[in-house]
Design a protein. Sequence first.
Length: 169
Amino acid sequence: MNAPPGWALALVYWLHMLATVAWVGGIVSISLLVMPAMHKSLKPVDQLAFIDAMQRRLEPLAWFSLVLLIATGLFQLSANSHYNGFFDTSTQWSLAILIKHGLVAVMVVVSAVQTWEVLPAIRRTLMLREKGATEDTINRLKLREERLLRLNFILSILILAATALARAA
């Protein structure tokens, strides 16, 4: 197989890093900066409304970044001389890449739960709050969203560690 031109590989690396920064950077920023400030300054129902507004902006960027990460990642795999198949674990590089992909798969599932289960529940609760959505419901949804966000934060750190392990190989 012929190696892709250098400019194409550089473009793919750049797009992959850009998508990583957008997705992981958003999660890290929200986890370390936005959520703590939100807890200190807003009441629970307003926190839920803020989470909804924030996620409406983040979700499209996150899913677009994921698609870009998959496309550019597959291109990078096909161009890498260490690549011997998806489930290969014969080298430090291939094991690290397999771990990274496993963690990404878990992260996708967590993000899907946020997007298609928790966020619609938050939106329904916000629509019903004038009709008496309970504080318990509000707090339970807020806590679930925060736990999923924290899980994605931890997964993103582990994915970056697996990437570093592969690069060191």
